[in-house]
Ligand binder design. Structure first.
Ligand code: SF4
Ligand code: SF4
Length: 391
């Protein structure tokens, strides 16, 4: 087989059987690939996407805006990586999608929303095009100090720094860390984008610049342990930065808070609520952190934790991964991930969806509004629930 194009894993692309198992959860009860669920065409499924990439590498189809949109509709949820039936090959599925996107970036043939995202990061340092000087504003009133060698750096990320819903979560977590005596500081206006979405969207040059600059900054400041607000930042710090020379430990805030709850450093009064927990893909499938958020919720007297049909390894994405939170390529149609997910939560009989990621918080808050479920479902971060229940 002679390809006219190449990507790193080009030699295994042809191994996909196109059997389609990868688009389901373990029990095959529904479609678990958000892109396939939203559009319903096989080219939007993981296997279909593999065959499209194969045809493109062979020169059977040309690069086009349509092809780019199909590739960029993948939200990097990693369901296919877990469900593909084909042994070790499946480990490389998301990488193959990412490599194909990187090739499109090199060709300059990317959807306008993706191009705008990169431009905003280059020009402003964040996707919101807001001044760097405003990056730490959210922390006012939390008691958080600038990082000056404390045990932990609390890294918030672009969504926690600039988005209203993200800021609310950042404030709650920051205040809780201070209140419970954790030795922690923030970078404020010195913080820069972590690059997780830049990488997944395929801008490898920009990703390298961001990652190296962050690694250098963390080293200069003597950072040894990082607590992240955003599971996306946790992912890139934990899995990509070490390959570029980083040497620090990374925790999600739910892991730190679960430890404090276990040690009885945080005590709760009764808070009665029926809660279902939405696993963020970058906390769960990408980094196998399923227990910590649930341990916190189970420690609150009066909380009834009810699992959704698809949870843990089989959780259905909120639709915000793979940069879609910023590019909105999946859209908000009836079968868009967020809308499907809040309906699934409703079926449990819960009145609260607990979230651990600022992107999930925003995606599901918007979906609840679109589905007119505001009087039935409240989206609350794990730490907001802790705040309501704390003695
Ligand atoms: S990616 Fe794996 S499960 Fe999906 S169609 Fe290809 S071989 Fe089958
Ligand atoms: S990573 Fe998720 S959205 Fe992307 S192809 Fe796989 S299952 Fe679909």
């Amino acid at each position: 087989m002679t390809y006219i194009r190449s990507i790193e894993h080009a030699d295994i692309v042809h191994r996909c059987f196109r059997c389609g198992y990868c688009k389901f959860p373990e029990d095959y009860s529904d479609f678990n690939c958000p892109s396939y669920k939203a559009f319903g065409w096989d080219t939007f499924s993981p296997g279909g996407r593999m065959w499209l990439i194969r045809a493109w590498l062979l020169g059977e189809i040309e690069t086009s805006q349509r092809f780019a949109e199909i590739l960029y509709s993948c939200v990097a949820c990693d369901n296919c990586k877990n469900q593909c039936v084909f042994g070790k090959f499946r480990d490389f599925l998301p990488e193959i999608f990412q490599e194909a996107k990187a090739e499109l970036v090199s060709d300059g043939l990317i959807p306008p929303a993706v191009r705008d995202y990169f431009k905003a990061i280059v020009v402003s340092g964040n996707p919101y095009k807001l001044p760097q000087a405003e990056r730490g504003k959210w922390s006012e009133g939390t008691g958080l100090q600038k990082y000056l060698g404390q045990e932990y750096l609390f890294y918030v990320g672009c969504v926690g720094s600039y988005d209203e819903v993200g800021q609310k979560m950042a404030k709650s977590v920051g205040s809780m860390l201070v209140k419970t005596g954790v030795s922690v500081g923030i970078l404020g206006e010195e913080e820069t984008c972590d690059g997780n979405e830049v990488k997944i969207l395929g801008e490898m040059g920009l990703f390298g610049e961001l990652a190296h600059a962050n690694i250098e900054k963390f080293k200069t400041k003597g950072v040894k342990k990082i607590i992240t607000l955003d599971p996306h930042a946790l992912n890139v710090f934990k899995n990509d930065y070490p390959k570029l020379g980083a040497d620090f430990q990374v925790f999600h805030y739910t892991e730190i808070l679960a430890g404090l709850v276990k040690k009885k450093n945080i005590k709760f009064k009764t808070y009665s609520a029926r809660i279902t927990y939405h696993d963020p893909c970058y906390l769960g499938r990408h980094n196998q952190i399923y227990a910590a958020p649930r341990e916190i919720l189970r420690a609150v007297p009066g909380v009834e934790l009810i699992e959704m049909r698809r949870h843990g390894l089989n959780a259905f994405c909120c639709g915000g991964g793979g940069g879609n939170f910023f590019t909105d390529i999946l859209g908000t149609g009836e079968n868009s991930a967020g809308r499907v997910r809040v309906q699934e939560a409703l079926q449990t009989g819960a009145n609260v969806i607990a979230v651990a990621c600022p992107i999930c918080a925003k995606m599901l808050t918007d979906a609840v509004k679109i589905e007119n479920l505001e009087d039935k479902l409240e989206i609350l971060s794990i730490v907001e629930i802790m705040n309501r229940a704390q003695k």
